[in-house]
Design a protein around this ligand. Structure first.
Ligand code: S3P
Length: 437
């Protein structure tokens, strides 16, 4: 994508077409990392070639694996069954998932590695992962503030821990499990609410045994240390978090009918679709099938008269990245949409509650901000604003979709960040008939 300083969405109508969701970001990071840790050849199909995943691919190579791009979305990783000290700093770019999972993966090997990232990643809390890795006996040195990148890891002989999560975080769970692979004993992570389970599923595909049990305080995931991983084939299904943007446009732009094919339907990722249905959104899922160990389907969204809802807080983990685009669609709904229990949004690529409140208000939408949530009062959306995105791809895409259905153009800054998760976004929206330039 070109590094244009701004991107503008103009009021559009009648978006039509059938598109394919880009590969899932969470699974793409994991395929690369597990491929790097495993012994042998891993072939990945439909990898998301976004900047975040490309940074992880470079990291895996720096840790000693052979990484080759065979064709569009087709990658081969040849792992040596262990990671080694990289010669250069591991630059994770904008990617929290890449940074946290790589730290966990690397912690169990006898190596030294320095992790860094862009301005946004340098502000994000790493202690939520490194504190637990330190309990397992890894060491971290912080060149600046403790808990913020850059940080240097000294990995080595780890001992298993039992970790009880206070918030459902797949990144924290995954980092601990990946470290647990090379720890002595059985590592367990207890989650109050289930978070996305791609790491557990993919560990099994690479030959590890992972047990999950329901307990009084949630779900317990257990992994015995010392299990080898063996390279395998991974077909990455379409990312529901990316599919959300063209589907949202289908719902709010008058006269639209948009189909996104091959969307992953893992129930720990589809809270947004349930919420849109409750709002009266006309969403149909067809052609349900299994791909890469996940259920996938084709989703069609038609323009709908939406009404506001109270989003159940227990659903937060299954749609944590989708609240920005939910808020954009809620701006067109009749009545209030109440989103609470989402304090985690404040520590994503940006403070997403703050950024959505500011962006929607700039577009003339009434929004109330709370410490751990926000409430959008929907209706007509004037638009006609310049929105600041603080280096956050989802804030940018949410406001571009909003602009297609608003009364006047909406412009965002730093549109180059969209390529972190959805390199073809602008072209896809244009192909559907959206006026974005
Ligand atoms: C992710 C987990 C979520 C999500 C992120 C991807 C993952 O973060 O927001 O975009 O791939 O595990 P948390 O685990 O911090 O909730």
């Amino acid at each position: 994508m070109s590094h244009a300083p701004h991107l503008t969405a103009l009021p559009s109508s009648g978006l039509k077409g059938v598109v394919r969701a880009p590969g899932d970001k969470s699974m793409s990071h994991r395929a690369m990392i597990l491929g790097g840790m495993a012994r042998g050849v891993t072939e990945v199909e439909s990898l998301l070639e976004g900047d975040d995943v490309l940074a992880t691919a470079r990291a895996v190579e720096a840790f000693g694996a052979t990484v080759e791009r065979l064709g569009e979305g087709r990658w081969r990783v040849i792992g040596r069954g262990e990671l080694a000290s990289p010669a250069e700093v591991i630059d994770c770019g904008n990617a929290g998932t890449g940074a946290r999972l790589l730290m966990g993966a690397a912690a169990g090997y006898d190596l030294t590695a320095t992790f860094d990232g862009d301005a946004s990643l340098r502000k994000r809390p790493m202690g939520r992962v490194t504190d637990h890795l330190e309990r397992m006996s890894a060491r971290f040195d912080w060149s600046g503030a403790k808990g913020l990148l850059p940080a240097t890891l000294k990995g080595g002989r780890l001992s298993a821990i039992d970790h009880v999560q206070t918030v459902a975080s797949a990144q924290v769970k995954s980092a601990i499990l990946l470290a647990g692979l090379n720890a002595e004993g059985v590592t367990s992570v207890t989650e109050p609410e289930k978070s996305r389970d791609h790491t557990e599923r993919m560990l099994r595909a690479f030959g590890a045994e992972v047990d999950v049990e329901e307990a009084a305080d949630g779900w317990v995931i257990m992994l015995r240390g010392g299990q080898p991983l063996t390279g395998t084939s991974v077909a990455v299904p379409g990312d529901p978090s990316s599919a959300a943007f063209p589907l949202a446009a289908g719902l709010i732009v008058p006269g639209s009918e948009v189909t996104v094919e091959g969307v992953m339907l893992n129930p720990l990722r589809t809270g947004l679709f349930d919420t849109w249905r409750e709002m009266g959104g006309d969403l149909t899922i067809s052609n349900r099938r299994t791909s890469g160990g996940e259920e996938v389907g084709d989703i069609t969204a038609r323009h709908s008269a939406l009404k506001g809802v109270v989003v159940p807080q227990a659903r937060a983990a299954s749609m944590i990245d989708e609240y920005p685009i939910l808020a954009a669609t809620a701006a067109f709904a009749e009545g209030e949409t109440v989103m609470r229990g989402v304090g985690e949004m404040r520590v994503k690529e940006s403070d997403r509650i703050r950024l959505m409140v500011d962006g929607l208000r700039a577009c003339g939408v009434a929004v109330e901000e709370e410490p751990e949530g926000f409430i959008v009062a929907g209706g007509a959306v004037p638009g006609g604003a310049m929105v600041h995105t603080a280096h956050d791809h989802r804030i940018a895409m949410s406001h571009q979709v909003l602009g297609l259905a608003a009364q006047a153009a909406v412009t965002v800054d730093e549109p180059e960040m969209i390529a972190t998760s959805f390199p073809g976004f602008v072209e896809m929206m244009r192909g559907l008939g959206g006026d974005i330039s």
